[in-house]
Design a protein around this ligand. Structure first.
Ligand code: DQQ
Length: 513
């Protein structure tokens, strides 16, 4: 969005002005803003652009008192294409101010086909950004000072003009830069057909001239069996291209995140001779709508992660809505003694809480469902502790209508050790996808499962004490799909604690700012 469109959209939230007693006609941007402000499926406490399409978070950085957030943005509508860098800033990881687009493709330049994803670093008193220009894929730099309003592209772009010679790669994008041991380092996402993904490692003395060293790590091929669904070979869908690698220190070890086959994976381990040695691999999110995650050091040793949460409805429905894509809530990362990635909602989110409601010792008979009037609404944080006893499954229903015409099931399956989100009944709208998402739980047997569930219009984000998260998108049509209930099947279950908070909106109009 350019400055003019941005101002028009911001103005759209104001009441229509009147001339001679007649309502003035809306501009298209004002009409869109008004429509989006009234859309009950637009989240109220998640970040999202004022309109149109967003995908990956790019280059988060804490700079001169503000968190700056950039993101893949298409100013032309609610569909992927013509990638720009959208921009917002905020003081607390929760509230945001939209700023004009920070970077657009330069006609005839190395990013003429789009400014793809990248990362931020600081160098010489300025904020710097490494990103991929297309087409073909090359690595570029930009820098800015002050409010970071316009990222100045480095005149000698591209700084890496081709993949390393002799390597037949499935892709070459999404750079990440850091300074360590007296040198600058850069990773770039890549892979090899039929062999799996790869992260390339570069080194530089000045962050401007780069030398390829070797792969930081390679493969293995991912095991999710999606190849069978493909008509034509797609390296990302096959797991042969790792997008958005994110490599950082965590709790005395190293963590690598990458996106492939529709999911974000993590590996934890250590670095030896400039190579990453994996110890543990897991899923950052089991929801398959959470992708292209990007972390940054919000303060020394404080690693915050954001992901792009895509839509789960048809492209036509997205275009008709006029917006697509949401930023996940910020997750605070740490490492468990076993090397598992621990993800918690950033504590800053607590500032949105209204008055808590709390009940203890809810016991359900096998097959029972009990409505929780204390947790009514579509802007909620619900914390629930589940001791499943002999139940085969136990959990929550959210965005539930009283007659269960619509509901989203969040299930703990203790036998299988799984967390499941079932969206097959989430919406009466046929343009909404009906998916079941599962992720393994890492929970010692004697421990109850604790879930923290954020419900925000069409967003459901679930954190657990079992190193597992699921994010889902749901599109309830009914105005009364506002109930939350607990349920169990196959045996009685015990919910020792249920706590819920209404959460305040971060803006007064669903336009975020
Ligand atoms: N999205 C960007 C790429 C990245 C992909 C383009 C991941 O840089 O690989 O919009 O969603």
């Amino acid at each position: 969005m350019n400055r003019r469109q941005f101002i028009a959209l911001a103005a759209a939230a104001l009441p229509a002005s009147h001339t001679l007693g007649l309502p003035a006609a809306d501009t298209p941007a004002q009409a869109l803003g008004r429509k989006l402000a009234a859309d009950p499926l637009r989240p109220r406490f998640h970040f999202l652009p004022p309109a149109n399409w967003m995908n990956d978070p790019n280059g988060p950085i804490f700079w001169e008192g503000f968190y700056h957030l950039f993101y893949q943005y298409n100013p032309h509508g609610a569909f992927w294409g013509d990638m720009h860098w959208g921009h917002a800033r905020g003081r607390d990881l929760v509230h945001w101010q939209h700023l004009p687009v920070a970077m657009a493709p330069t006609p005839g330049g190395p990013d003429k086909g789009g400014c793809f994803s990248g990362s931020a670093f600081t160098r010489g008193g300025a904020a710097w950004f490494a990103y991929t220009g297309v087409s073909p894929e090359v690595q570029c730099l930009a820098s800015a000072r002050g409010e970071l309003l316009q990222l100045q592209k480095y005149p000698s772009n591209p700084v890496v003009s081709a993949p390393p010679p002799g390597m037949r790669l499935t892709g070459f994008r999404d750079p990440s830069v850091w300074f360590e041991h007296g040198a600058w380092w850069m990773t770039v996402g890549a892979g090899t057909q039929g062999q799996g993904g790869m992260v390339l490692l570069y080194r530089s003395a000045d962050a401007l001239r780069w030398n390829f060293l070797h792969p930081l790590c390679t493969g293995p091929q991912m095991q999710k069996g999606k190849l069978a669904e493909l008509d034509t070979y797609d390296a990302v869908a096959a797991g042969d291209m790792w997008e958005c690698p994110d490599y950082f220190d965590l709790g005395g070890g190293r963590a690598l995140l990458f996106s492939t086959q529709g999911s974000v994976y993590y590996q934890t381990g250590r670095q030896q001779a400039d190579r990453f040695i994996k110890r543990v691999q897991g899923l950052v999110d089991g929801g398959e709508v959470y992708y292209a995650a990007k972390s940054f050091a919000a303060a020394p040793g404080r690693r915050i992660l954001w992901g792009w949460v895509r839509e789960a409805r048809t492209n036509a429905a997205q275009r008709a809505a006029g917006w697509a894509g949401v930023l996940s809530l910020p997750r605070l990362l740490s490492l468990s003694p076993e090397g598992l990635l621990t993800m918690e909602p950033a504590p800053e989110l607590r500032m949105l809480r209204g008055d808590a409601a709390h009940i203890e010792n809810t016991r359900l008979a096998a097959g029972a469902t009990e409505n929780l009037p204390m947790a009514t609404g579509d802007s909620l944080e619900i914390q629930v502790e589940i001791s499943p006893g002999s139940a085969q499954e136990a959990g929550l229903l959210v965005r539930r209508s009283p007659g269960e015409q619509e509901f989203t099931r969040i299930a703990y399956l203790p036998g299988a050790g799984l967390l499941r989100v079932d969206t097959r009944h989430s919406s009466l709208d046929s343009s909404a996808f009906r998916k079941v998402y599962e992720t393994p739980l890492h929970l010692p047997e004697e421990k109850a499962l604790r879930l923290t569930v954020f419900v925000d219009a069409s967003m459901i984000e679930i954190f657990s004490n079992a190193h597992a998260c699921i994010t889902a998108r749901v599109y309830p049509m009914r105005a009364d799909s506002m109930q939350t209930a607990v349920y169990c099947r196959g045996g009685p279950a015990h919910f020792p604690n249920i706590r819920s908070y209404p959460l305040r909106a971060i803006s007064n109009n669903r336009l975020t700012t």
